[in-house]
Design a protein around this ligand. Sequence first.
Ligand code: IPD
Ligand code: CA
Ligand code: CA
Ligand code: CA
Length: 266
Amino acid sequence: MSIDWLELEKTARNWIYEAASLIKQSLANPIQIESKSNPDDLVTEVDRAVESFFYHKIQKTYPKHLFLGEEGVAEELDSLKGTVWIIDPIDGTMNFVHQRYNFAISVAVYHEGVGMVGLIYDVMNDELFHAIRDQGAYINDEELVPVKERPLHESIIGLNAKWLVQEKNPYRNPLKALVRDVRSIRSYGSAAIEIAYVAADRLDGYISVNLSPWDYAAGVILLEEVGCRASTFKGEHLDFLQKSTVIVGKPDLHKEMVSSYVGEEL
Ligand code: IPD
Ligand code: CA
Ligand code: CA
Ligand code: CA
């Protein structure tokens, strides 16, 4: 039976609003914070609770669908066969903990490896960025227009400045050159929001040396609808099962950033 993507998107949207109200309620009480891979890699009980919330909703409503999420509520996946929900329950956990602001719920649905539905909800700003494949991208009810190019020297790029000072980062010099040449950089602390901002023409591009599939799975569906590009630093297709470098932007800008800057490690 074929899937009614409009209906599925509506269902996902309702779950997102329900999860967002759970997150907001959690802000009324002290939140338990732990570290994962290093002291700055934070996770809270709310991240896990929201991922569980989606996992159980999906299992009940779409029992044949598969699940890939950051906090490991479901078993690991080794392929994108079938219908797969890729979810980041809170993107921008550090912001959630420190600012109680600038974090998002990111939900993507892929069918046989193709991105069909992408939703990124900026919880505190009440902005839902959403798209269904071939049906345009929106912020709440406002349709996003196809992007207009801007020359690199007039562009604003989303980039975490920490990448410029980490000696282990093989892309440190290309990134420094890029930062020197663009008009300016911004760092919001949520990859999902920053990618959505590129689709919404609030940023011209966004770059990260290391992201996971749930950070960009929904964002790339939005980008496709407005004619933007997303790839690894080498210009290759993004993999939705492992971490990678990520560069997104308006097509000409994306091409220039890959070919003249990050395409090679220096
Ligand atoms: C993080 C955020 C952050 C990005 C990190 C991600 P999380 O996601 O998107 O902006 O720089 O690489 O891991 O851990 O808050 O879901
Ligand atoms: Ca995390
Ligand atoms: Ca994330
Ligand atoms: Ca997360």
